[in-house]
Design a protein around this ligand. Structure first.
Ligand code: FMN
Length: 350
């Protein structure tokens, strides 16, 4: 019902405006609601999801559906994601240096295909400001009851050879403030970032990150987020590092720089493509990675319970959405978790 209202009336109105403008306004509204416990509770009553608990890399998730990185880059609306039915959220990407990102416009819809193209370029206030924001949510007593992750990127001004330090400095200040961390070496929008997926370069980044982790009495899970454009051989090389570098899991996948065979002029925009056209490739990568036995967070083109189920069947332990939330609206998590619950009950009855 709620999703039909969104798709029929709200979405067409929102889609009249620039994509990033609507995103920013939506997050601002959610941020304001977040600050009022009474309003947040109302959102929870309208959109909250049933329990479907899972335990992955030592953390307890109320349900396996999370908010993907990039939606709440600055933890502006941290408490609301739980109220909207999500079982976890991944905040950021955050870089060590504050940065504005690429010139606007930098986020585009391909509405007929349920897709987005973005070249944001890690616009964010930097790791120190993020740590302060997170400390503030905790001080207000509004920390959510689900795991919170932080997506770590590399600052644009930091040369590739210094990437390991950049990630490590961010992790050092953010470590006390979240439950798990994702080393993002797969965004297509920071020049050469994806070269850090090469085995030697990634090993250096992971070594630096592990050093920070070992300095703390609580060993929090560190994951790596990969691009859907890697070959299986390149993915296998990354998997080989996970043992020695104590990587807890892999987030698969980020956006793709490939484009579908389509006449739609929107596809000529530079940037990472997300949403429906990414679904099959991302599932294929998950299926391959899952053979390693590592926990996989599956993301890419999930719009409904069947899409999420496909990723879980392929071997993901958790799933995330970004573009699906834009196209399906705020009841996506509730609908999806309800659907998954039904599917898991049916599977048990079979
Ligand atoms: C506007 C936008 C910004 C994003 N920012 C980030 C980011 O900062 N870090 C990251 O790892 N992924 C980022 N992503 C990728 C998503 O987290 C996700 O991996 C990708 O969009 C595929 O999922 P989807 O098809 O559900 O959108 C971004 C995606 C979009 C559309």
């Amino acid at each position: 019902m709620m999703s039909r209202i969104y798709r029929s009336f709200i979405r067409p109105a929102l889609f009249e405006y620039d994509s990033e403008e609507i995103h920013d306004r939506t997050v601002r509204v959610l941020s304001r609601i977040s600050r009022s416990p009474a309003l947040s509770e109302l959102v929870g009553a309208m959109f909250g999801a049933p329990k479907l608990p899972v335990q992955v890399f030592g953390l307890n998730f109320p349900n396996p559906l999370g908010l993907a990185a990039g939606m709440d880059k600055f933890a502006a609306a941290l408490p609301i994601w739980e109220q909207l039915g999500f079982g976890f959220c991944e905040l950021g990407g955050v870089t060590w240096h504050p940065q504005d990102g690429n010139p606007k416009p930098r986020m585009f819809r391909v509405a007929p295909d349920g897709a987005l193209i973005n070249r944001m370029g890690f616009n964010n206030p930097g790791a120190v400001a993020m740590a302060e924001r997170l400390a503030d949510w905790r001080a207000r007593g509004q920390w959510p009851n689900h795991p919170v992750g932080i997506n770590l990127g590399k600052s644009k001004i930091t040369p590739l050879e210094k990437a390991a330090d950049d990630y490590a400095m961010s992790l050092r200040v953010l470590y006390p403030h979240a439950d798990f961390f994702v080393v993002n070496v797969s965004s297509p929008n920071t020049p050469n970032l994806r070269q850090l997926q090469d085995k030697a370069a990634l090993d250096e980044v992971l070594a630096a990150v592990q050093q920070i982790r070992r300095d703390h009495p609580i060993r929090k899970p560190i994951l790596v987020k990969v691009a859907p454009d890697l070959s299986f051989e390149a993915l296998d090389e990354i998997v080989e590092l996970t043992g020695p570098r104590e990587v807890a899991g892999i987030v698969a996948t980020n956006t793709t720089i490939t484009r579908p065979n389509s006449e739609n002029a929107a596809y000529s925009e530079t940037g990472g493509l997300s949403g429906r056209p990414l679904r099959a490739r991302s599932t294929e990568i998950i299926r391959h990675l899952a053979k390693s036995g590592l926990p996989i967070v599956g993301v890419g083109g999930i719009f409904n319970a069947a899409d999420a189920h496909e990723k879980l069947q392929a071997g993901a332990s958790l799933v995330q959405v970004y573009t699906g939330l834009v196209y399906e609206g705020p009841s996506i998590a509730r609908q999806l978790v309800r659907g998954l619950k039904r599917l898991s009950i049916e599977a048990k009855l079979d």
